[in-house]
Design a binder for this molecule. Sequence first.
Ligand code: NAP
Length: 315
Amino acid sequence: MMQSILLAIGAYNDWDILDMHAGFDLTQLASVSDLAMVDMARRAAVKAVAYKGHKPFGAAEMDLLPALEVIANYGVGYDAIDVAAAKQRGVRVTNTPDVLNDDVADLAVGMLLAFTRNMMTNAEWLARGDWAEKGDPPLARKFSGARVGIMGLGRIGREIADRLAAFKMEIHYHSRSAKDTPEGWVWHPTPEGLAASCDYMVVALIGGKQTEGYVSRDVIAAMGADAVIANISRGSTIDEEALLEALEAKRIRGAALDVFRVEPQLDPRFQKLSNVFLQPHQGSATIETRKAMGALQRANIRAHLAGEPLLTPVN
Ligand code: NAP
């Protein structure tokens, strides 16, 4: 039986490629921008794309693949894919929810702890020999028991809140409507209300046009001078210019950020700040979770090609 062509776009791990070769006639592309370079006859036969990347996959790219039936995204956030354009063309889109919740929540908590307990500067203090030379480093700030606000109590937001509840924190959240939560969690109907009510605010919204700048200049202004913001969602969810200004002027205590408006060449102003803890978009970046994400991506493609229901459809 002839194998279906699978177009894999993005940088995959060896285990993904091995499995793709086993079940499909594979074509690999480093980036969606290289699509036009694929031989036209081969392009015309592609039914399934395994997509990994943050570059826009829009109508123009879809039109280069006239037989396209399914785009399986590697990641829960599918903001790079124009789902409306896919729908118009009868193309199904899938993502990889839930399998990465734990990792992203772990990183959010880890970043906040690393920031507030000065772990990076303390490690540098030790590495430089300052401990022996100068004595103890400056004192850090207490984390357990503080008030935390989750901006977007979705799948990942909920995992973050559950972890922080174990840190004896007072849990506040903003979602478009109140959720079924443990007793005592406080819902804020507006993002400004949440910002004004917490010492630590963690952004866990989806990315894309609907949430562009959701953490606006006004929301940042509503944060207290001693408040810290963390973002593990997408750089687009925060007004980055307003955030940089607030950090530079020390109008807030600091930020722990895994995502940026432009990646990987983030705004160089971030690198000049001493009140930040920055990560290069590592939320789901463990071997275990990346394996699970790849497996779910391919399970969606296989289900589609076998005429079975998609496991995790977006549209
Ligand atoms: P989710 O369950 O869909 O939750 C997303 C949250 O976004 C929900 O609280 C939802 O609000 C909110 N939201 C959705 N549309 C909105 C709108 N139009 N206006 C305001 N709020 C809106 O998503 P998830 O699985 O938790 O994932 C969240 C995001 O994390 C992903 O989309 C992805 O971009 C990001 N992520 C980052 C990494 C990383 O490496 N840093 C890894 C994985 C995921 P309601 O509560 O009101 O429904």
